[in-house]
Ligand binder design. Structure first.
Ligand SMILES: C[S@@+](CC[C@H](N)C(=O)[O-])C[C@H]1O[C@@H](n2cnc3c(N)ncnc32)[C@H](O)[C@@H]1O
Length: 352
C-alpha cells in the first residue's frame, strides 16, 4: 500500500500544535522525532555501546511526519496545512524554519525503516535489549538479554518510560513474583520481569496488533509457559465488584480515545480467570500507559494487588506527575519512589 508522507522540520515547542494540524488536514497517523530521541538512555547511564548518533536533529528542533492515504490530494492538504503553520507565529508559537516537503512511500518499506536505528541497548544493570536482527554477545556477568522484534507495537526499550519501568522492575523483583503487565505493547516489560526472576506474568493490551507482537516476543524468548498474553484491560479481568462499579464502568471506555482496536474485550465483560497464568491478587502490577489513562484505573490496580504489593507505573509526562500522585494516594497507595528521565516520570507505589 502507498502513503503520502508529509514532513516538516520545526521546533519542539510547536510539535504538538503541528501534529494536530496534520491530523486536522486528514493524516491517518503522525510521527514525531526529536533531537537524539533514540540514543539518550544509552548515552546518559551506561556508556557508549554505539557511538553513532541516531539522528542529527539539532537540540530544540523536531521532525514531524504525517501520513495520508494515497487517495488524498496532497495539493489540497498543503493548501490547508501550510498557512496554518505560519499562523502559529501569530499565537506566539515559533514553528522555526518550518521546511515542508512530501513524498510517496511504500508501507512495507516504511514499516521496516526504523529498524536501522534500533541497536542492542543496555537499559539497566542487568537487562540488555537485543533486536532479533542484530548480533550481540553479552559483555558482563549476569546480563540477561531481551530478544525483541516490536513490529508495529510500542515498546523497543528506547523510550524513557519503558526504561524507567524496567529499572523499577529490576529493583523490586527478588524472585518468584506473579506480575500483571497492563498495556504490554511489544511485551517488553513482561519478558523483562521474567528474566529478572518473576514466576509468571499476565500481559494485557487492548490493541490486537500489540497482542500479536507480544505473543511473538514471548515465543522468541521461549517464555510461552510463563507469560500469558490477553487482549483485555484490567477491569474486564477483575470482573465482579469493579465491573459492576458504575463509576469505573462509565469512565473506562473514554480511557481509550482514538484507539484503533477491535475492542473484542474492552466492554468490561469479565475474562475467565482459569487461564491467566497468575493467581489474583498478585505481587506486582506494572503499567506504562499515558497519565490520563493511568488515573482511571488506580482503584482496579489496588484491588489486583496483595497487601504489600507494588504498582510500578510510567507513561507520565512531567506536567502530569501531580495528577497521578493524587490518584495513587486517593486509591490508598503509599508512594515509595519517583524516578525521572528526560521529561518522563515513573512511580513505584505500595499497597498497605
Ligand atoms: C506506551 S505503550 C507501553 C508498551 C510497553 N509496555 C512499554 O513499556 O514499552 C502503552 C500500551 O498500552 C495499551 N493500552 C492503552 N490503554 C489500555 C488499557 N486501558 N488497558 C490495556 N492496555 C491499554 C496500548 O495499546 C499500548 O500498547
Amino acid at each position: 500500500m502507498l502513503w503520502h508522507e508529509l514532513t516538516i522540520h520545526t521546533t519542539e515547542e510547536a510539535q504538538e500544535m503541528i501534529s494536530n494540524l496534520m491530523y486536522e488536514a486528514g493524516a491517518g497517523g503522525v510521527s514525531i522525532e526529536e533531537s537524539g530521541t533514540l540514543n539518550k538512555v544509552r548515552d546518559t547511564r551506561y556508556g557508549e555501546l554505539y557511538d553513532q548518533p541516531l539522528n542529527d536533529i539539532p537540540e530544540g528542533e523536531a521532525v514531524i511526519k504525517g501520513y495520508y492515504s494515497e487517495s488524498v490530494s496532497m495539493e489540497e492538504v498543503l493548501a490547508e496545512f501550510t498557512p496554518r503553520v505560519e499562523e502559529l507565529r501569530g499565537f506566539g508559537i515559533n514553528p522555526g524554519k518550518a521546511i515542508i516537503s512530501w513524498q510517496t512511500v511504500d508501507e512495507d518499506e516504511w514499516a521496516h525503516a526504523w529498524k536501522q536505528y534500533f541497536k542492542p541497548l543496555r537499559v539497566s544493570e542487568r537487562l540488555t535489549i537485543k533486536p532479533t536482527w542484530e548480533e550481540y554477545t553479552p559483555t558482563h556477568p549476569g546480563e540477561a538479554i531481551i530478544e525483541l522484534d516490536p513490529g508495529m507495537a510500542f515498546g523497543t526499550g528506547t523510550h524513557p518510560t519503558t526504561a524507567l519501568c524496567l529499572r523499577a522492575l529490576e529493583k523490586n523483583i527478588t524472585g518468584g513474583e506473579e506480575v500483571i503487565d497492563v498495556g504490554t505493547g511489544s511485551g517488553i516489560l513482561a519478558v523483562g520481569a521474567m528474566l529478572l526472576g518473576a514466576k509468571s506474568v499476565l500481559a494485557l493490551d487492548l490493541d490486537p496488533v500489540a497482542v500479536e507482537s507480544a505473543r511473538e516476543n514471548v515465543l522468541l524468548n521461549r517464555l510461552e509457559d510463563r507469560i500469558t498474553v490477553k487482549e483485555s484491560d484490567l477491569l474486564s479481568l477483575l470482573g465482579g465488584e469493579g465491573a459492576a462499579d458504575s463509576a469505573a464502568g462509565d469512565m473506562w471506555p473514554s480511557a481509550r480515545p482514538g484507539h484503533t482496536l477491535s475492542d473484542s474485550n474492552s466492554h468490561n465483560e469479565p475474562v475467565s480467570q482459569d487461564s491467566l497464568g497468575v493467581t489474583l491478587p498478585v505481587k506486582i502490577v506494572v503499567a506504562n500507559i499515558l497519565a490520563e489513562i493511568i488515573v482511571l484505573f488506580t482503584d482496579d490496580v489496588y484491588r489486583a494487588l496483595q497487601p504489600g504489593g507494588l504498582y510500578i507505573t510510567s507513561g507520565i509526562y512531567k506536567d502530569k506527575e501531580g495528577l497521578v500522585e493524587e490518584a495513587l494516594t486517593k486509591s490508598g497507595f503509599d508512594i515509595i519512589e519517583v524516578s525521572r528521565e528526560e521529561d518522563w516520570v515513573a512511580f513505584t507505589a505500595g499497597k498497605r
